[in-house]
Design a protein around this ligand. Sequence first.
Ligand code: GLC
Length: 571
Amino acid sequence: MIRKWWHDKTAYQIYPKSFCDSNGDGVGDIQGIISRLDYLKSLGVDIIWISPCYPSPWADQGYDISDYYNVDPRFGTMDDMDQLIREARRRDMYILMDLVVNHCSDEHEWFRKACEDPDGKFGKYFYIEDMDPSGGVPCNWRSAFGGSVWEPLPGHPDKCYLHIFHKKQPDLNWENPEVREEVYDIIKWWMERGIAGFRIDAIIDIKKALPFRDYEAGRDDGLCDISAMLENAEGIGEFLGEMRDVAFAPYKALTIGEVFNEKYDELEDFIGENGYFSSMFDFSHVVEGQSRLGCYAHRRIGVDDYKRCVFAAQKRIGDTGFFSNVIENHDRPRAASYYLPESGRTEAGKKCLALAYFMLRGLPFIYQGQEIGMENTVFSSPYEFDDIGTIGEYHVSIDAGLSEEEAMKVASLYSRDNARTPMQWNDGHNAGFSEADPWLPVNPNHKLINANEQTERSDSVYSFYRQLIALRKDPEYRETLVWGDFEPAYEDREGLIAYCRRADRNLLILANLKSEPEKIDIGCEYRILLDNLDPVITHKDETQRSIQLQAWQGVLLELIHPAFEKKHKIG
Ligand code: GLC
C-alpha cells in the first residue's frame, strides 16, 4: 500500500465543550484548547480532531449546525480558530474539523427558508413530503433518538420533513446536486483556512433507499430501525466519489469516516488505494452486542468479544487500507468502565487495554481524558442526563417494562454523558476545567484521577500512553509497528489479547486482561521493550523462552531468536 504522511501519527479527539474553559462561563472554548496544545504535544499527539464548534442550538451538542462558516460565539471567534490552526501548525500538529453534513440544524437558514417556501429552492435541500389527510407519514423508519423520522413541517401541517437523528436535525437531500455543491464549498472553505482535513459524521446515512417504504417493524412502536433502510440503500459511492474528487483530493485532505453499516465487500471502495476516505473507524466492537430493541437489550461485551471483533477486522482489512482504532469517543462510555470488569479498573488494567488496542495496525485515536484513565461518572436520577440519546434510552427501557432503578442502571452504563464530563486537569475546584459551574458536572473522582497528578508520575496511565506513542514513532520500531503485518497469537486463550507485528522486526504484544496469571511459551528468546507493571524497563534481555504474566500485565516483546523466520507462527 502507498504510505501516507499520517500513518505513523497519533490522533486525539477533543470535545470542545468539555475540554478547557478559558473565559469562565462553564463551557470549554478555543482559547482553552490553545492553552493546552503543549500538553498534547508533550503526550506525543500529532493530529487533533475537534468535535463540532460551529454555531449551533446544541440540541445534539453541536452536531446540529446552524452556520457552517463560523464558530459558535460560546467557543470563541473565527480569529480564535485561525490562531488555533496557526498554533497547531507551529507545533507540527494538524487540525481535523468535524464535517456534519447528513443533516444541519432546523435553525440553519436553509431550513428556515424551506419552511417559508417548501416548493422553492430550499425546500429541495431537504426531504419534504406530503402527509396523507389522516396524518400518515411516508414510511415507518425510526429516528436514532426515538420516534418517527417524520416531523410536521413548521407552518405546513399537511407536510412533513425527514430527520434520521433528532427533529432539530433535518436531513439534507444529497440527491440534489445543489446541496452537494454547498457541501463541497464548505469543505474547500475550511481547507483554505489551513486545516488538514475532516472527521466525517454519520456519512452512511446520506444515501436513502428511495422511494420511501415501510420495513418490518422491530418494536411495539411499529417502527423499523434505520439500519433496515440502510441495508437497502444502493449507490452511496456516487456521492462519496464525487466528494472525494471535487472537494478532498485537490487539498489532499486527511479524511476519517464515521462509517457504520457499510456492506462487507465495500471496504476497499471506502478506504482502499483510491478510497472515498483516507481511513474510517473500526467500530466492529462498538456494534457487537447491540440490540435493535435498545440499550436495555444490549449484551455488554468483554475482553474476549473485543478481541474477536478487532482481530476479525484486522484480518479483513489486511493491507487494503488503514483503519482508525478507537476504544473511546464522545458517543461511548469510558473504555475502562465498559470493557474492563471491576477488578481490572486499575491503572494496570487501563494500561494493559491501552497496549492491546494501540499497537494494532492502523491510526490510533485517543479520546480526551482516556490518557489519564478517566472513568464513567455517577448519575443518581434521570434528570441528571443531559444527552438526548441517553434520555431517549431511559424511556425506551421504562416502556419495555424495566423498573426505574433498572432503567437508570442501563442508561448510566451506556450514557454518552460519561465521556462528556469535563476534562479533569487537577484535583481542585471543578477539576481545573472552569472557574464557573460546568455545563455538565465534573466526575467526583477528579480528586484521584487528574492530569496534574498523572503527568508528574512516571508509572501513571498518562506516562504509559506517552511511551506507547513514542515507541510507535521510534525509528527502530516504526516500520514494524506502523506498517508491519498483523498476526494473531495464542488466539484461543481467554482473557489474553496477543498478536505479532512483523516487518524488519518481530514484535509480540501480550495483554493479559484478566485477574489470573498466564504463562506463555514464546519458543524463542526475547527482550522486553515495554511492560505496564515496570515502567522503567527498556530493552531488558531475557534468556528464557517463556514468560509468566501477572494479572493485568501487558508487555511488548521483541523476539530475538537469530533463526526466527516469518513462517514460524507464534502461539
Ligand atoms: C454521530 C455523532 C453523534 C451524533 C450523530 C448525529 O454519530 O458522533 O454524536 O449524535 O452523529 O450527528
